[in-house]
Design a protein. Structure first.
Length: 99
């Protein structure tokens, strides 16, 4: 009898959780896909990395820093005092993470 009761409770718990997920999923409408526009970070990093020898790597790290700091220094090199967060980010070796 105890085994039957435990099985019934477990089964009802599983069914109720699956119904809850279904109703939660069905209640949220799907957002229509929007075309991706170039973000400010992409434009600013494109200008910053314009003369870089390793452009792909420069764009990658500049994009990471821009998203975290919300700014990119002007020019293709230097001027990091314009954006202290960008300037102060360090990698595991202690050198500047942001190009």
């Amino acid at each position: 009898m105890k085994l039957l009761l435990a099985t019934f409770l477990l089964l009802s718990l599983v069914l109720s959780s699956s119904l809850l997920q279904f109703t939660t999923f069905a209640a949220t409408p799907a957002a229509p896909p929007t075309p991706a526009a170039p973000s400010d970070c992409d434009l600013k990093c494109g200008a910053r990395c314009g003369n870089a020898g390793y452009k792909d790597r420069c764009l990658k790290y500049c994009g990471i820093c821009c998203k975290e700091c919300k700014c990119v220094p002007s020019g293709t090199y230097g001027n990091k005092s314009e954006c202290p967060c960008y300037r102060d980010k360090k990698n595991s070796k202690g050198t500047s993470k942001c190009p």
